[in-house]
Design a protein around this ligand. Sequence first.
Ligand code: GLA
Length: 517
Amino acid sequence: MKLSNVFALCCLLCGLAGNSAPAAESRNLLGAWLVQPRSAPGVLMSTATFTAKRDGVVGVWRANDGLSRYSITNVAVSGDIVSFKLADGNDSERWQGRFISDVELRIQPTDSDLPAAVTTLKRLSPGDLAKLQATQPTNLITHKVPLPALKDLPSNGLALTPPMGWNSWNHFLEAIDDRTVRETADALVSSGLRDVGYVYVNIDDGWQGRRDSKGELHSNSKFPDMKALADYIHSKGLKLGLYSSPGPVSCAGYVASHGYERRDADTFARWGVDYLKYDWCSAQQIYRSREEMRALYQKMGEALQATGRPIVYSLCQYGLFDVGSWGRKVGGNSWRISGDIVDSWASMSRNGFEPHDDPAIARPGSWNDPDMLEVGNGGMSEEEYRTHLTLWSIQAAPLILGNDVRTMSAPTLALLLNREVIAIDQDALGIQGKRALSREGTEIWTKPLKDHATAVALFNRGASAALVAVSWSDIGIAGARHVRDVWKHADLGQSEATYQVSIPAHGAVLLRVSTRS
Ligand code: GLA
């Protein structure tokens, strides 16, 4: 195996020392280090141990599977900067990084083409190591496994309009359980959200339990019977989504599908799962090339299709490696195009106004995904949440709610229930809208709709109210048009050539512009 993979895992080890490191620095670097998966404190993927030899510091990296072992040489430390070479006899790679403190190190390969491949290493005392080893998930495969030859999978025929539903992560993080999911399903029905299209009930990270000695993955004690939960959700006219990762562990450190793809896909299908979000995360500690990433996603895409059950396949890999050019080919129905959204104007604006995608790629069955919604979580104003939904709808983005729908306010529900806004997102043509004009903090975006209509979104990104005007001819619309404000459900009459409106700070207006009402 190429060491390349290793590192990531290994990296942790890196730690250490300097060629001719001064004694004090060398002492700080020696000992055991844990590779810390992102947001997964306590998961032991691999360790590195550094020892002082007569001619400098050397290290050894061991994966938690007990199979992989790499040597670390050429260790150098200068101030906070650390570098080393990782080798397995056939291959070697250089890594570099810095100490954040005496007990934490962040490093990455110097030749990486994977921007997010920064790995955190945490110092381990011998006692910590023993404790971790006693509580680790078992049967993790942390070395490279054979990957399928790349090919283009057929479409699964699903998600002909952008998926709509709810996901647990943005509001609940890992604090999710069977009861909360059932109550959420009930609330989706009683609130009317199901009936306007929000049908997927997606359990994100935190449902996974252990993998038994036969390789079968089980849910954890918070989800005592996943099949019964799926039955309940289906009985409400809803669909169940789950989350896993192509790496050995998920982002939050739970057992994931690496090396067990077929097995897990069969389990998901048997439970009655209708949607899988597949999150790169720890896979980046083993695989780092575009081909490997594509092959891993293809592997699960093939496994899902082989089950014969219709399962929407949602790729979550933060837009790395130009996923838009191959996401559909691995059977994907959507792919993330950015890092995680959080519930703030700045974060929502980054994901929504500055997407790193090619709008032309979106079409029925496969969608660019700027991440799940934060509407109703409390970090933005009602006006900003309206802008959030307008941006996602004009871009034909998946509309996956991220709030607690059991307790949402009436204004939040009113935003989410607006059928005319949803109709723009879900328009059958499946064309992703894009920015047409931008000036002084205001923007006009357009999206072609069926029946020769056009959705026109006017945004004010500024911190005070602004007059926003648009000439139809500037956005490719010829002649007079009937104009409807879809947020207000109000016909605005016939407009000859231009339209203008005062928009509050961080606000948006969404119009349906057509030849007749
Ligand atoms: C990543 C994803 C999030 C969420 C978490 C779960 O950060 O991007 O959407 O799924 O993992 O750990």
